[in-house]
Design a protein around this ligand. Structure first.
Ligand code: NAG
Ligand code: NAG
Ligand code: NAG
Ligand code: NAG
Ligand code: NAG
Ligand code: NAG
Length: 468
């Protein structure tokens, strides 16, 4: 609401008036009225002030947990939950005496006890009837009656959200319309079985407040019709399908139905803000030599400096040595010892293992992947994030080499020890969110034999990223 008065907002609004011709006069009159009465409107009905930019306080979170998993999983929530700035609840089946103090821990979301769902039928053989309780988190979160809500965001207790990016991404959409926003699984088999049109629950998903209110009203009647489904997300999806609403796909959500080393997936993130990561207990720590929570905390060192740029992939070419350099900002830099076509450098390298054993679809993915070279010494040299710092000259992040026991020739990128990357803080406006473009980078003249410096910037109008 405060942003109606901000100079940039007013400026762009006036800019729009100037370029629109047919509606110009009407808009000018309306805008004068709006600008003059905006203070008045705030006093009377801030909830109807739809022109203000979406912010964190327009979101309400519903996180599915249980009394058994919360004590461990709350370590993940601590990383992204911003006390006093966020609203919502962690839904558990019951509270133990031990939970009570943590219920009062203000660094964590409050705990809510789910309602009794034992009267609903559950018939999926080998499944867990807690799916019904978790599905009802959607309705029970709406029933908390928070005011001025634009979006409800749902996830599991092992979903790590990136709140600033979530706000940015949701601000592209009109919360007064009906939206169901999320993503399918990386595993072809999981997506095929549960549905490409279903937002996978662990990846997290968002429902606009206008839709959520209607969904909450009819939800129990839907649950009655789907006792045969496996999970909670399938129940939400089915009810939304009955309301006639389909999924809006946002690839920044990540279900992470993978095992092992998810480096390949993180290093080739699509050109869109990172919204979530899931299943961190099933994958290796994302940085070597760290525990899982340490590794996620290390990623947040970069997120806290430039949330919107985290994992954004930029490619440049070193002409002298014929290297291809891929920066996944805030995480890792890879230097390939040869020039590669850009589309090849954008493929996900299969560093991970499949989620579950099974048919041929279980080892297929919902993105283009590239097999790793069997010889580790023929693979790109990887540099992992070391430190990030911000100053008035920009943001400097440096990355240290991950040691591999390989014999090098003098033109090998393995002679490098450190890569330094200079950027400016990314702040995507609505147009850049709607029509994103990858950034460009330059290899700067080197200051030391074992250091490479890279500067990332916006590409020029007709600039191409290609090998020379
Ligand atoms: C929560 O903590 C505050 C201060 O630490 C205390 O006054 C309050 O009684 C606590 N509430 C509960 C429900 O434990
Ligand atoms: C839930 O409801 C059923 C009856 O519908 C009752 O038998 C059961 O004790 C209730 N469970 C709890 C935890 O209240
Ligand atoms: C929310 O509002 C509804 C309807 O006004 C009411 O029945 C319900 O008890 C309220 N819930 C809470 C948690 O205040
Ligand atoms: C990782 O840890 C091992 C032993 O714990 C150590 O020898 C090695 O230098 C560490 N590597 C890095 C990159 O810190
Ligand atoms: C990484 O950057 C920081 C400053 O941002 C600097 O102090 C540090 O020496 C750098 N590390 C390496 C290995 O270059
Ligand atoms: C590196 O590899 C060489 C040859 O494969 C081997 O002799 C040497 O012991 C290895 N060094 C380390 C530190 O593993």
């Amino acid at each position: 609401m405060q942003l109606l008065h901000s100079p940039t907002k007013t400026h762009s609004f006036l800019g729009f008036i100037l370029v629109s011709t047919s509606f110009g006069v009407v808009y000018l009159l309306v805008s004068l009225v709006v600008l003059r009465t905006s203070k008045l409107l705030h006093v009377h009905s801030s909830s109807q002030d739809v022109s203000a930019q979406t912010s964190l306080d327009h979101l309400v979170f519903g996180i599915a947990s249980s009394k058994n998993s919360w004590p461990k999983r709350k370590e993940y929530a601590k990383l992204w939950w911003k006390p006093n700035q966020m609203r919502g609840c962690v839904f558990v089946d019951s509270l133990t005496a031990k939970d009570q103090p943590s219920n009062n821990d203000t660094s964590l979301p409050p705990l809510c006890v789910s309602q009794n769902t034992s009267h609903f039928r559950y018939t999926y053989r080998g499944g867990y009837r807690s799916a019904i309780r978790v599905a009802r988190v959607v309705a029970e979160t709406v029933a908390l009656n928070h005011s001025d809500v634009r979006w409800y965001v749902f996830g599991d207790d092992d979903t790590v959200f990136f709140p600033e990016n979530l706000v940015k991404t949701l601000s592209k959409y009109d919360h007064q319309l009906w939206y169901y926003i999320g993503t399918h699984s990386e595993s072809y088999e999981q997506s095929r079985f549960f549905g490409f049109g279903m937002a996978f629950g662990g990846a997290g998903f968002a429902i606009s407040s206008s839709l959520a209110k209607v969904l909450a009203k009819v939800f129990d009647s839907c649950i009655e019709r789907y006792p045969h489904l496996y999970g909670s997300d399938g129940r939400v999806y089915s009810c939304l399908a009955e309301l006639g609403v389909g999924l809006t796909h946002e690839p920044g959500f990540h279900q992470v139905d993978l095992q092992g080393n998810m480096f390949g997936l993180l290093a080739a993130h699509p050109v869109t803000p990172l919204l979530s990561l899931h299943h961190m207990d099933y994958t290796d720590p994302i940085f070597p030599n760290m525990t899982r929570p340490q590794a996620i905390r290390h990623l947040f060192d970069a997120v806290n400096v430039d949330s919107q740029r985290i994992l954004q992939q930029t490619i440049c070419y070193d002409r002298w040595f014929s290297w291809t350099i891929s920066v996944s900002w805030g995480y890792a830099v890879q230097v390939f010892p040869n020039h590669m076509f850009l589309p090849d450098a954008l493929k996900v390298q299969q560093t991970f293992k499949q989620w579950k054993k099974g048919n041929v679809f279980a080892s297929a993915y919902t993105f283009n992947k590239q097999d790793l070279h069997p010889d580790p010494c023929k693979r790109p040299t990887i540099f992992y994030l070391d430190t990030v710092s911000s100053s008035k000259n920009g943001i400097m992040s440096n990355y240290s080499k991950y040691y591999q026991n390989c014999t090098n020739d003098p033109a090998s990128p393995r002679k490098l020890e450190v890569i330094k990357v200079v950027t400016h803080k990314l702040d995507l406006d609505i147009k850049k969110l709607q029509a994103p473009r990858r950034h460009c980078c330059d290899v700067l003249p080197s200051t030391a034999r074992d250091v490479m410096e890279i500067a990332i910037r916006e590409c020029k109008e007709d600039e191409l990223i290609y090998m020379h």
